[in-house]
Write a protein that binds this ligand. Structure first.
Ligand code: WTA
Length: 651
């Protein structure tokens, strides 16, 4: 058991919201009770009413939930809307001059966009896309730095009904190529490079490499000039963003699409080697994006909301690019990293931009906590009123630091449990209502039927751990795995006969019914809040000529949550001394090249074989124990070659 889970299990402090917070909250205790009652009495009607109230429909829906082909659920099926219209145009009359985006670059330059300016930018770029032949339903891969043009590109796709698939800029050329091919993308949007921590990220070079050998679906590459460094442009294929926009009118009529029309794909790791293209809808996705920003982040018109996630992840979709804009709020975007040029960067930015609601990952909190309390105390954080976390369980120590040192015991912390697949928050506190327990994501939101069940799918008594499932469909649920309906059913539904959505996490409820997430039950690691499949890393390793076999496991890490430990069986002799060091270095670089720097193993061990059972199954539990440096208590008598354990124990 990891230290995080260990300390979470001993947590019993409770922090109720202050009367002042509750008095101003969007959702007060009586509203919460009313929402819950309504959702329980009429699940479908509950979502239908919200959808009518929160979304501007071009054509209102008459059918709410279509479960005729479960688990392929559809919501608001005959309705039509445009997501970009909902995020931009509909605010223009009242809020055209309001700031939509405050952008701070890596080197500290600040740029602002009003809603009017952002709408024009999106429209112009949408026209450029149309001009290059992009049509409704075409896939567009976006591989960009964390700059406003990433959001502009996403919104422009939404405006013309193209399906975007954002690939995190930290993924390698190989990972990018797989995603481009799987999505069958017609266009890739990138930048010459990005800036992070004073260094250049060579995005265009990676795109060139990715497109060297691939299926040939890509017709055009649009390149935003960000760093001005020289890049190789391929004639006939590549075009600069500003040239693509030349002469384009700054209004583009939004294309109304069906509510079920895919808004985007987002690739995420699972238990096999191949990432899945999680497919999201337009109407249902937008609805949960809106209500969770309203309920959980309590967003008001004068708020300045900073979600630190990159748009390459689902958090950057729902809480940067779509949700807050659909509500007409002001967001902060940041290109750089939390510790550059100094460890007070986040707090300095909160101060300078008057951030009121701040949302980040436990790994960032833990990393910044290490620099001490003095650094945050140098900045004026008095505007902050609400804090949030996402991505992994937060250990109570980090929670308390966030609560006292950053929030000055004034700001509630919303610990939000959700996934790429769920589209939006599922289990999270309502900051004006829910008494908080450090480390618990508290309760399911109204309209979300989450439960902890046993192997048979029966709800289990509080206090015990089990599978986390969602028992009723919800609007922002994934619709399928792109191009692989079978995988959708097998991964998320088959375990309980298509009755429940299976999250892949284990959880426990305490005596008060609070949910505590215990971690993944599948072969997925959570490294600094990023999901990585162990099989994905293993396939990358065995693709190296010196590797015969590999097994990857996680080890608890005080900052990253989990660290990656790889057990490698080399072709030929197990290397020693300098040769060993060189191979370790080479394999780390190799994985970085195959997947991305986030997947680099922290620790690589060599042995002449992997520990296997008689039936040939890799004994992963044993490897986990070795990785953690624990004493081996398991029966190892079935091992063919017990010496290999000694080999693997060697660092
Ligand atoms: C984990 C990120 C504990 C969980 C939005 C989930 C969490 C996976 C929390 C999804 C939380 C996310 N507490 N664990 N508040 N939030 N997780 O798809 O294991 O990148 O299944 O989505 O992160 O990761 P994903």
């Amino acid at each position: 058991m990891s230290e995080t889970i260990e300390s979470i299990l001993h947590e019993d402090r409770v922090f109720p919201p202050s009367p002042e917070f509750t008095a101003q909250a969007n959702i007060k205790p009586e509203d919460y009770e009313a929402l819950k009652r309504k959702a329980e009495a009429d699940h479908v009607g509950f979502w239908a009413d919200l959808a009518r109230e929160k979304i501007t429909w071009a054509k209102p829906f008459t059918q709410v939930l279509d479960d005729s082909n479960a688990p392929f659920f559809k919501w608001f099926t005959d309705g039509e809307l445009n997501v970009s219209y909902n995020c931009l145009d509909r605010h223009l009359d009242a809020k055209g001059d309001k700031t939509a985006i405050i952008f701070e670059s890596d080197d500290g330059k600040v740029t602002r966009y009003t809603y009017k300016e952002l709408t024009d930018e999106v429209s112009r770029f949408a026209n450029a896309l149309k001009n290059l032949g992009v049509k409704e339903g075409d896939r567009v891969v976006i591989y960009m730095p964390m700059i406003p043009q990433a959001v502009i590109a996403m919104q422009a796709c939404a405006r013309i009904g193209a399906i975007h698939s954002v690939v995190f800029g930290g993924f390698s050329a190989v990972a990018l190529r797989d995603r481009i091919d799987d999505a069958g993308a017609k266009i890739v949007i990138t930048a010459d490079g990005g800036r992070r921590g004073g260094k250049t990220v060579p995005l265009k070079a990676a795109v060139n490499e990715a497109l060297e050998e691939h299926c040939g679906c890509v017709e055009k590459v649009i390149v935003y000039e960000r760093t001005g460094e020289e890049v190789e442009m391929v004639a006939g294929r590549d075009i600069w963003w500003h040239e693509a926009e030349r002469g384009m009118p700054d209004y583009c009529e939004p294309v109304n699409v069906n509510a079920e029309h895919p808004l985007f794909l987002l690739y995420t790791s699972g238990s096999t080697g191949k990432p899945k293209g999680v497919q999201h809808s337009s109407g249902g996705y937008l609805l949960n994006a809106i209500v969770t920003n309203e309920w959980v982040f309590d967003l008001k018109d004068d708020d300045v909301f900073w979600c630190t996630a990159d748009v390459g992840w689902i958090t950057g979709h729902t809480y940067v690019a779509y949700g807050p804009l659909a509500l007409g709020k002001t967001i902060v975007m940041f290109e750089g990293v939390p510790t550059y040029p100094h460890a007070g960067r986040f707090w300095e930015m909160c101060q300078n931009h008057g951030v009121t609601v701040f949302y980040t990952a436990p790994t960032a909190i833990r990393a910044l906590m290490r620099f001490g309390d003095e650094i945050p105390s140098e900045y004026d954080l008095s505007k902050l009123r609400l804090l949030g976390t996402v991505g992994e369980p937060i250990n109570p120590e980090a929670w308390m630091w966030y609560y006292t040192v950053i929030g000055k015991e004034r700001c509630p912390i919303v610990d939000t449990w959700w996934q790429t697949e769920t589209g939006a928050h599922m289990i999270a506190p309502l900051p004006g209502v829910t008494p908080l327990k450090p480390g618990s994501c508290t309760f399911p939101l109204p309209g979300i039927d989450a439960a902890v069940v046993d192997e048979e799918g029966n709800e289990i008594p509080h206090g015990n751990g089990g599978y986390l499932v969602i028992r009723k469909p919800w609007p922002s649920m994934l619709r399928t795995v792109w191009g692989d309906d079978e995988r959708y059913v097998n991964t998320y539904w088959a375990q309980f006969n298509n009755r429940y959505y299976v999250a892949g996490d284990s959880a426990r409820r305490d005596e008060d019914g609070y949910f505590w997430i215990m971690g993944r039950v599948d072969d997925v690691l959570n490294v600094s809040g990023h999901r990585l499949g162990t099989m994905e890393i293993e396939s990358a390793l065995v693709a190296h000529e010196r590797v015969a076999e590999a097994a990857v496991v996680g080890r608890p890490d005080p900052v990253k949550g989990e660290a990656i430990v790889a057990f490698v069986v080399p072709r030929g002799d197990v290397p020693e001394g300098a040769e060993r060091e060189a191979l370790i270095k080479e394999l780390r670089e190799w994985v970085s090249k195959e997947i991305g720097p986030i997947a680099k193993p922290d620790d690589i061990r060599f042995g002449s074989n992997l520990p296997k059972t008689r039936s040939g199954k890799i004994m992963r539990r044993l490897l986990r124990a070795i990785a953690r440096g624990e004493e081996i208590t398991q029966d190892t008598s079935t091992l063919e070659n017990p010496q290999i354990l000694e080999q693997f124990m060697q660092k």
